[in-house]
Write a protein that binds this ligand. Structure first.
Ligand code: ZN
Length: 246
């Protein structure tokens, strides 16, 4: 799956697929370490040199019982980080699979602007545990949503300190003019986060991993709607300040 937060099939408007933002082998994409979208050096053969039984130096491929080790390197000069991959072949189907095994830093990158330090850490932490513990990721996204909305409401002069998250969301929709569609996404984060915390056994660990991507997407769109878009439009409108209104 490639990069891009939202992909809509042109022939089926009811089917929307979300990308996990995870880098896939052999195609340009988001570096798992620095987050830059770039091409990478792909090392299709990784070899070592070792003694064989006759004490001769021989070239040996990095192949073990689990598969073959491959390596890529980020082409961003500031990063230059290596990533390690494991190539294996499914015995039944014969299909080749190359999966990223290091670094496991998470499959989503926080929005580049709009979140502050502690909120960014919650986002990164949720992304880092997404595969290992989807329940923990849901609880962290819920905490992030609450922190972000309360900060924004406070900045806009509306105290939400002692309010429950359900009230905070209602207040944000009312006072910060959030769209009804986005409200549904935020409510989903609240409900699934609550379930993860208070009724964790009802959430099956790896059921519907796509659902979790949609919750991340709701956070991304919240930041876009409250911060990125207004800032951008204000900047663009500001360039015309000296002109006579037409
Ligand atoms: Zn990088």
């Amino acid at each position: 799956m490639g990069i891009g937060s939202l992909q809509r099939c042109p022939t089926d408007t009811g089917s929307v697929q979300l990308s996990s933002q995870e880098l896939t082998w052999g195609t340009p994409g988001r570096c798992p370490l620095c987050g830059v979208v770039t091409d990478h050096h792909w090392f299709y053969e990784v070899k070592s040199v070792e003694y064989d039984e006759s004490r001769e130096w021989v070239v040996d491929e990095m192949v073990g019982s689990q598969g073959e080790v491959l390596v890529s390197r980020c082409m961003s000069r500031a990063c230059d980080a290596l990533a390690l991959w494991l190539k294996s072949v499914d015995e039944e189907s014969g299909i080749e699979n190359v999966r990223l095994v290091y670094p496991q830093t998470g499959v989503r990158i926080p929005p580049t602007e709009g979140l502050v330090g502690k909120e960014i850490r919650l986002y990164e932490e949720a992304a880092a545990v997404e595969k290992m513990s989807p329940r923990a990721a849901r609880a962290l996204l819920r905490a992030l949503l609450e922190a972000f909305l309360k900060r924004y409401l406070a900045d806009a002069g509306h105290s939400a300190k002692r309010k429950k998250l359900v009230e905070v969301i209602d207040l944000a929709v009312e006072r910060l003019d959030l769209s009804p569609t986005l409200k549904m996404g935020l409510s989903a984060i609240r409900e699934q986060g609550n379930t993860a915390l208070h009724d964790p056994y009802s959430l099956i660990e790896d059921a519907n991993p796509e659902d979790l991507l949609w919750l991340f997407q709701a956070v991304d769109e919240l930041v876009e709607e409250l911060h990125v878009r207004p800032q951008k439009w204000a900047d663009l409108a500001g360039t015309k300040d000296d002109d006579e209104p037409l």
